[in-house]
Design a protein around this ligand. Structure first.
Ligand SMILES: [Zn+2]
Length: 857
């Protein structure tokens, strides 16, 4: 338990000694003493010749009985599992029977079999199954599972198809071999929201979303999203669903967003339940995306799984990419792309620039739970997007068809994945593979030349050192470029420049005038474009670029230039930027959602990252002040137009969660928030009082709090929603997120003292402690109170739920960016965490990595 942390290396992979041909499980459920009977039909694995002992993973299990082919045996037991010597095992196939006892009600880590408000549920990815029974808990051991559940609870669910049930029992059979991490069981007093679906080839499928009594009327949007996802995967990828039933269960206590267990997806309830009164437009969009994501895993993750956890990006990168494609098809693709990139920069670029940087496919880990990261997921998806750009839509389709044909039923690797692209398109992807093995975000510099009608763009790529990787080789970077005439017409539509060298030039001939380049259109590669463009050029692209992503990006880059000048040189807000944003804000020819995005200022943490990349030390207090000053200047510049905007967009139509309506609400709320700085929140208070949706209610409340108002509304909100945990999470997070820098830590402590601060619930913990960590100027306040309060709570949560504690600890990953005083304070907290007795392996690994690699340059 103490320091027995073992590092696991990709290079050490070996197949398991035995095959598990079939698994029969019986669960006799009881909160304090559940019995699990396992019958494993085992055989020696021909891929591991010779005689081997049998070693099964198991943690926290009380072994009651163990037999081989009906003969009782006494295996060797330790903290990590059981072992039976080779001599005690038959050389032919044999049956291993075990019976263990576990206590779901005592399981606070929410990993394995646990209880949430009287309901049993499981979370097995990555290594939770070993807390349920003795088993080779690794993804390359795939087997057929039959499950019998015995309990008096009315609803008893597991993977696969239902094959029988009676009073106090139910049986399930999953015909598809799967790894243990996809096992699931749910038992509870649940109600279903049901629908039917017929697959393209005519298979009828019963769809059920299971929730606690009273929540049935908040499942319609999740069900609609599921049906659209199933249809979309048939139409776009040719993939059909393969069981008679598809179940989704909503659980209040859940570490992650959702889990793709075969035929039985388990969801954090906040990503299932939605009604206009309780869910924001962002919630609706997230529900749609996560329902789709988990459903898409049925093929990319379940039918084709990962050989080992180093290949996590094989299923996650691909499935994130697929859910991005789906959301782009369902909504405005341009708006979705901008939101994806905002999130990528906020989470993944930040990770890549700090001590926790790691490759998309890591080569070693101590605790796999710590590698469910933005790099594996979001950058993993960007890598696939690049691959698609490089091989084209047809090449991508051929490769994916080959992937499903060749690897269905396999536990595959990144090598397998790249090989199908090579075989389907004839391309050599050995250099491209560096995207999987090299950490860090490449920086791309651009030089231009214009001579005798020839325009030349010269790119130079370099990737800063990351932990364990001081040197990087040049990567393949697809750079989508378009050229505009000085009058704003596009003279060269988007073409892909394929960069493979450290420095490379591309020539454009036959141009009448020196063009204005639009580089990295659609954000065609996850790189930092370093280009000191004059403000006039950025304003020109914001006004004229035909590529919506780069149009937004020009405004964003201009805003960052302006804010950086305000922070570093005390410059005033730039009138050129204010004019350019005003032009977009009032341009009725543009999508309201896009205009709302252009009104959103860069986040403070994003500015700190940008200033740090410029070689300067970011000052969180100055960044906070500059951002507020810029918003204030924008409110003045937009003037009475804001009032008009709020009126025009206040249509009073019946609520729909559609992207169109959501875009109008986003623009109206952006205008309302700016206006609150001028009118003291008068209009925002009216909007709060008359709100017809949660988007408007919480948006108006945010505008009020941001303007230093809203105490009465805050109370009214709590009075109204006190009984709804998911809504109250928003209430907690909003206050902490908008608290003034010097008050954020104190407010966190005051809220944490409330009776309804159920800190053992991961959603509630994140909505308060996580919100403080995300309040940039509050967390990094020079008093050190932000660091201290977050560290206190991490230490309190860690013994109960190490996984969530380790996740939230990434708040500290940026500490090397700041000045010596802040570094000392943050370092002291990380050292205090490490010194805590009984620290979990999860949190220890994170604190060690952040400290070790975090020495400032
Ligand atoms: Zn996933």
């Amino acid at each position: 338990m103490l320091d027995a942390q073992k590092t696991i290396h990709l290079a050490d992979y070996q197949p398991f000694t035995h095959l598990v041909e079939r698994v029969d499980l019986t669960f006799r459920l009881a909160p304090g003493a559940t019995r699990v009977l396992a019958r494993l039909h085992l055989a020696p694995n021909p891929a591991r010749p010779g005689r081997h002992p049998l070693r099964l993973d198991g943690e926290g299990l009380r072994l009651v009985a163990c037999a081989v082919d009906g003969q009782a045996v006494a295996p060797a037991l330790d903290d990590g599992g059981l072992a039976i010597a080779a001599e005690d095992l038959p050389e032919a196939p044999f049956l291993l029977e075990t019976e263990v006892e576990i206590a779901p009600e005592a399981n606070t880590a929410l990993e394995g079999l646990y209880m949430s408000k009287g309901m049993y549920c499981t979370q097995c990815e990555a290594e939770g199954f070993r807390k349920i029974t003795y088993y080779p808990d690794r993804p390359d051991v795939m087997s057929r599972f039959k499950v019998r559940i015995e309990s008096d609870l009315p609803v008893l669910l597991s993977n696969g198809n239902p094959v029988g049930s009676g009073p106090g029992w139910a049986e399930w059979d999953d015909p598809w071999p799967k790894p243990a991490y996809l096992f699931a069981l749910v038992a509870g007093d649940l109600r279903a929201h049901s629908a039917k679906f017929a697959t393209a080839s005519g298979r009828p499928v019963d769809l059920h979303i299971w929730v606690r009594p009273g929540d049935e009327d908040r499942c319609a949007y999740a069900m609609d999203s599921l049906i659209r996802s199933m249809r979309w995967d048939e139409e776009v990828y040719g993939r059909e669903y393969d069981l008679d039933v598809f179940n989704i269960v909503a659980v209040d206590d859940f570490n992650m967003g959702a889990m793709e267990n075969k035929g039985l997806n388990i969801f954090n309830s906040r990503y299932v339940l939605a009604s206009p009164e309780t869910a924001t437009d962002d919630d609706y969009a997230r529900i749609e995306a996560i329902i789709a994501h988990e459903y898409f895993h049925n093929w990319t993750g379940n039918r084709i799984t990962c050989r080992d956890w180093f290949q996590l990006c094989l299923k996650e990168g691909l499935t994130v990419f697929r859910d991005h494609q789906f959301s782009g098809d369902m909504r405005s693709a341009a708006v979705r792309r901008i939101e994806e990139v905002v999130a990528l920069r906020a989470r993944q670029f930040r990770e890549d620039a700090g001590p926790l940087a790691h490759p998309v496919r890591p080569e070693s880990f101590v605790e796999i739970n710590n590698f469910y990261t933005a790099t594996v997921y979001e950058k993993g998806s960007e890598v696939i997007a690049m691959l698609k750009t490089l091989v084209g839509d047809q090449g991508y389709k051929r490769a994916l068809d080959l992937y499903f044909d060749r690897h269905d039923g396999d536990a595959a690797t990144i090598e397998d994945w790249l090989k199908v692209f090579e075989d389907a398109t004839g391309r050599d992807l050995s250099q491209f593979k560096l995207w999987y093995s090299q950490a860090g975000t490449p920086r791309l510099q651009v030089a231009e030349d214009w001579q005798d009608g020839v325009y030349t763009l010269t790119f130079t790529q370099a990737t800063p050192p990351t932990p364990g990787q001081p040197e990087k080789a040049p990567r393949v970077i697809p750079i989508n470029v378009g050229l505009l005439n000085p009058n704003g017409d596009e003279v060269v539509p988007t073409i892909m420049l394929e960069m493979t060298q450290e420095r490379q030039s591309f020539r454009f001939e036959g141009l009448a005038a020196r063009p204005v380049p639009s580089i990295l259109r659609g954000f065609s590669a996850p790189v930092v474009l370093e280009r000191d463009a004059p403000p006039e050029e950025r304003a020109f692209l914001l006004a004229h670029d035909t590529d919506p992503f780069n149009k937004w990006e020009a405004g964003r880059a201009l805003a960052k230039d302006v804010m950086a000048a305000m922070v570093l040189q005390d410059a005033p807000p730039s009138p050129a930027w204010l004019d350019a944003v005003a032009a977009v804000a009032f341009d009725e020819g543009l999508d309201p959602a896009f205009r709302a995005l252009c009104l959103r200022l860069p986040a403070e943490d994003d500015m700190a990252q940008t200033i740090h990349a410029m070689g300067r030390i970011p000052d969180p207090a100055r960044i906070h002040a500059a951002r507020r000053a810029l918003a204030g200047a924008l409110a003045i510049r937009l003037g009475e137009g804001l009032v008009q905007l709020c009126r025009d967009l206040d249509e009073g139509a019946e609520f729909s969660p559609s992207a169109e309506q959501a875009g109008r609400r986003a623009l109206r709320l952006a205008a309302l928030a700016l206006l609150a700085r001028r009118d003291g929140g008068k209009l925002a208070a009216e909007a709060f009082a008359g709100a017809r949706s949660m988007t408007e209610e919480i948006g108006a409340l945010a505008a009020l709090l941001d303007a230093g108002q809203g105490a009465a509304e805050l109370q009214a909100f709590a009075d109204r929603w006190g009984g709804d945990a998911n809504v109250m999470d928003k209430w907690f997070a909003l206050q902490v997120g908008l608290a003034a820098p010097g008050e954020a830590a104190d407010l966190t402590e005051r809220l944490a003292a409330r009776a309804d601060f159920d800190w053992k619930n991961p959603n509630r913990f994140r909505s308060v402690v996580g919100a403080l960590a995300a309040n940039h100027a509050g967390f990094h306040h020079l008093s050190g109170r932000g660091y201290r309060v977050v560290a206190d709570w991490l230490l309190r949560l860690d013994p109960l739920n190490p996984q969530t504690a380790a996740r939230v600890s990434t708040a500290f990953e940026t500490w090397p960016r700041y000045d010596a005083a802040r570094r000392r304070l943050a370092q002291a907290e990380l050292e205090r965490i490490l010194a805590a007795p009984g620290l979990s392996g999860d949190l220890r690994e994170m604190a060690e990595r952040m400290l070790a690699a975090g020495q400032p340059a």
